[in-house]
Design a protein around this ligand. Structure first.
Ligand code: RNT
Ligand code: ZN
Length: 411
């Protein structure tokens, strides 16, 4: 008997069908962020990264051009199992001539990305870029007291909705457009209401654009604090959840954006009760919103369990969001996306009876069973999932080869 057949037998004793789990996972889409490839730099302003987020490390081989980034995405995607979507930021616009400014970008500035996605049967998700730009004034964008600044970024948001619609039309796959602004203050503000009121009004203006809601899902991402913006964040959790609920858009939770003892895994069920769709940025915060590479760790598994056991695989937009410049960037991409998939597979391999144990208040049996499932032969099922897609658990040789042949030549 092969290792997989053996594992299948062991899992079936728990009432778990491993073949079904593998089949289900194959069709789950993970939206892969393009910005791991170049440390969130992009191609438009090429300003230093701002907005209270930070990429640390200086590993050689960062993509410098659209061609390099596309080649790296191809390499990374070739080592990732499952269904992928490409998640772009507005700063990755490709200009053929002059840069019109973020307030005036158009679908045509993303035509090369559409061509890339279509050739690979990928959908595209999108993000307006409200950071790393001279029009960010005093760390504020949509909440700025300066009307010109606000207007500029409102126009950017509107332009991005049009671009999102273009992506959906071209690829035939709906586009998730996520709004995250870095706006905040380093020190104790004199007015907390004003910026939030202006943010609300700016969002209202952006959303006043006519767009097809079956093609573009606008999401809003909250945050607790940023580097240099420790005392106040305009787009707090309460603001973003309330705003999303009031406007019928989709809330997005990034698991690096809460206090360290708060867990997104515990928040998912509440949001599912009140929203048709919810969105996630999966990351790994180490002591702060550090955006380390996602690993197959407890919280990633717990997030996956909440999606799977609440039958919400088709209601949760799962996207990755991290940026590590301290290791090979392609490997960072692959490890993170594989970790999300591993966590989903692990969740799909949980026994359904444990819920009954909770309802019957048999917490003793519940603990024993949950612990037993942790050491069931998960690795053999994971390897089978990979092998069915002609992939293997070890991919480091491929990464090293690409590093030697391609990345080291980028001086
Ligand atoms: C920042 C947010 C946001 C960004 C990306 C680049 O804290 O997580 O999602 O990481 O837009
Ligand atoms: Zn995020």
């Amino acid at each position: 008997m092969s290792r997989y057949e053996e594992a299948k037998k062991i899992y079936s004793a728990y009432g778990v069908d491993t073949d079904k789990a593998i089949e289900t996972l194959k069709d789950v889409t993970v939206s892969v962020h393009c910005w791991q490839g170049d440390d969130v730099t992009g191609f438009d302003s090429r300003e230093a990264l701002s907005g209270g987020i930070q990429t640390t490390g200086n590993y050689p081989g960062k993509a410098r051009t659209p061609e390099e980034l596309m080649a790296d995405i191809d390499k990374a995607f070739s080592l990732m199992p499952g269904k992928k979507k490409l998640n772009l930021h507005a700063c990755y616009a490709i200009f053929d001539g002059e840069n019109p400014g973020r307030d005036k970008i158009e679908p045509r500035h993303f035509a090369k990305w559409v061509e890339f996605a279509k050739a690979r049967n990928l959908g595209i998700d999108f993000n307006p870029t409200f950071f790393s730009h001279p029009m960010v004034k005093d760390n504020l964008t949509l909440s700025s007291p300066d009307e010109n600044v606000r207007k500029y970024w409102i126009e950017h948001g509107k332009a991005c909705i049009k671009i999102s619609e273009y992506f959906a039309n071209e690829t035939g796959i709906p586009c998730v457009m996520n709004i995250w602004i870095p706006d905040g203050f380093k020190d104790i503000p004199a007015d907390r209401l004003g910026p939030r009121k202006r943010f609300k009004e700016s969002l209202d203006e952006i959303l006043s654009v006519d767009y097809d809601k079956s093609k573009v899902y606008v999401t809003l991402e909250s945050k607790v604090f940023g580097i240099g913006l420790e005392s106040y964040t305009v787009g707090s959790a309460e603001f973003c959840l309330s705003y999303s609920a009031s406007k019928g858009i989709t809330p997005l939770m990034d698991n690096g954006h809460y206090h360290p003892t708060e867990l997104v895994s515990d928040k998912i069920s509440s949001l599912l009760l009140f929203n048709d769709k919810i969105a996630l940025h999966v990351t790994r915060p180490v002591r702060w919103d550090s955006d380390h590479v996602i690993l197959f760790d407890d919280e990633t598994r717990e997030i996956a369990k909440e999606i799977v056991r609440n039958n919400a695989l088709d209601r949760v937009f799962i996207a990755t969001d991290y940026f590590d410049a301290g290791i090979n960037r392609i490997s960072a991409w692959v490890t993170g996306v594989r970790s999300v998939q591993k966590a989903l597979l692990f969740a799909l391999l949980q026994s359904k009876d444990i819920k009954k144990m909770q309802d019957g208040a048999d917490f003793t049996a519940l603990m024993v069973k949950q612990e037993a499932l942790k050491t069931a032969p998960f690795g053999d099922v994971w390897n089978e999932y990979l092998e069915r897609q002609n992939l293997y658990d070890s991919y480091i040789d491929e990464i090293k080869k690409y590093e030697q042949e391609v990345l080291v030549n980028r001086k």
